[in-house]
Design a protein around this ligand. Structure first.
Ligand code: HEC
Ligand code: HEC
Ligand code: HEC
Ligand code: HEC
Ligand code: HEC
Length: 227
């Protein structure tokens, strides 16, 4: 990308050069926009090392907020994966049935050995895409649901959307359709019902107010997402 979009781009001496480079990048962008296979990663679900950790149980049945474990999602670009101590806080000693106690054995073993659990990464953008800013999306009122799907119903997390460039840009061109009140961002069941009702023309919550709260339009320029 750095070859195609040098920092000195705007300082090119002749208009002809600008037109030539601009034409090339438009062609490249056009090609990739349409050629990136939209669904090729949808459904990607790597096997996790210790079978049994379930979002459906923790975030669904038990109703735990995403931020209990993904503590940094509002402050940092990265949404962190919780460490073993977070799990151990509840699973050190449990009042669970014996079969369940057995199923959380791997948490205690890892804690006792001071080891981390090697979770397999599900969502990963290529290196030529800039660090994806979670905090900015969450602060703008884009729910986890819009990008990760209904996590509270997933025993094992899988990729619900392609994460392709056209997928990013489809929302950046029309962000209002996805915005929810900021205090609902992690309430995925509420959000799913709300967005579906709104898309069907029903009375979503205060759409106007949500619109006003977006101070900046999402970027569409190449440099916002690429080096
Ligand atoms: C009890 C702790 C806990 C809670 C609560 C929790 N998560 Fe997670 N999350 C994890 C762990 C551990 C992993 C890594 C293992 C896996 O992928 O299942 C993970 C992985 C993920 C991933 C996949 C990350 C990747 O590798 O790409 C997403 C997306 C995610 N969580 C979203 C959510 C959302 C949204 C919520 C709230 C509805 C939530 N989580 C609530 C612990 C939690
Ligand atoms: C806030 C407390 C809490 C935290 C934190 C927590 N758990 Fe749990 N976990 C529970 C409870 C309660 C159950 C039993 C739920 C049920 O089956 O109704 C459970 C069940 C489980 C089970 C058994 C699932 C089954 O099949 O019944 C596993 C495995 C597990 N947790 C792993 C983890 C891991 C790994 C983490 C850290 C990423 C974690 N838990 C964090 C409370 C917690
Ligand atoms: C606008 C889309 C979007 C929203 C909103 C979003 N995510 Fe993500 N998430 C992504 C993308 C894209 C990645 C992959 C990032 C990368 O590879 O750098 C990701 C990665 C993750 C990961 C894996 C991080 C890691 O280091 O392994 C977790 C966990 C996660 N998201 C949780 C959440 C939670 C929880 C929320 C809601 C509070 C949320 N995300 C909201 C798009 C989003
Ligand atoms: C569902 C909607 C949605 C999706 C999908 C989405 N975004 Fe965004 N994005 C937004 C909104 C809304 C903003 C504006 C946030 C603000 O500035 O308040 C934004 C802003 C950004 C910004 C600017 C951050 C800044 O510093 O101002 C970057 C970079 C970005 N998005 C990257 C991405 C990438 C990369 C993807 C795809 C992997 C993506 N987004 C997918 C809604 C989305
Ligand atoms: C909102 C964020 C965003 C913007 C803006 C953006 N891109 Fe992308 N771009 C991405 C993401 C995410 C991918 C990775 C898609 C994938 O993995 O399939 C990508 C992939 C690409 C690729 C594919 C590279 C390869 O080797 O596969 C090219 C080329 C590219 N973008 C060029 C551009 C150009 C040129 C522009 C400006 C017209 C642009 N992008 C604007 C997010 C963005």
């Amino acid at each position: 990308m750095s070859v195609l979009f040098p920092k000195s781009f705007n300082a090119f001496p002749t208009i002809a050069a600008v037109v030539a480079v601009g034409g090339l990048s438009t062609a490249v962008a056009g090609f990739w926009y349409y050629a990136t296979p939209k669904f090729w990663q949808v459904g990607y679900m790597p096997t996790q090392p210790s079978t049994g950790f379930s979002h459906q149980i923790h975030a669904g049945k038990l109703g735990m907020d995403c931020r209990y474990c993904h503590t940094k999602v509002e402050q940092s670009p990265e949404a962190n994966i919780p460490n073993v101590a977070t799990c151990y806080g509840c699973h050190a000693e449990t009042r669970l049935a014996a079969w369940q106690t057995q199923r959380v054995g791997f948490v205690r073993e890892a804690y006792a050995k001071n080891e981390s659990i090697e979770w397999r990464r599900v969502h990963k953008l290529p290196d030529y895409v800039r660090n994806f800013p979670h905090h900015i999306h969450v602060a703008a009122g884009v729910s986890c649901y819009s990008c990760h799907g209904q996590i509270t119903a997933m025993p094992i997390v899988y990729e619900a959307h392609s994460l392709s460039m056209s997928w990013c840009l489809d929302c950046h061109r029309n962000p209002e359709a996805s915005l929810v009140p900021k205090d609902k961002v992690t309430q995925l069941v509420w959000v799913e019902n709300h967005l579906k009702a709104r898309a069907a023309g029903g009375t979503g919550a205060n759409a106007e107010q949500i619109k006003i709260s977006l101070e900046r339009q999402p970027p569409q320029g190449c440099g916002a997402c690429h080096y």
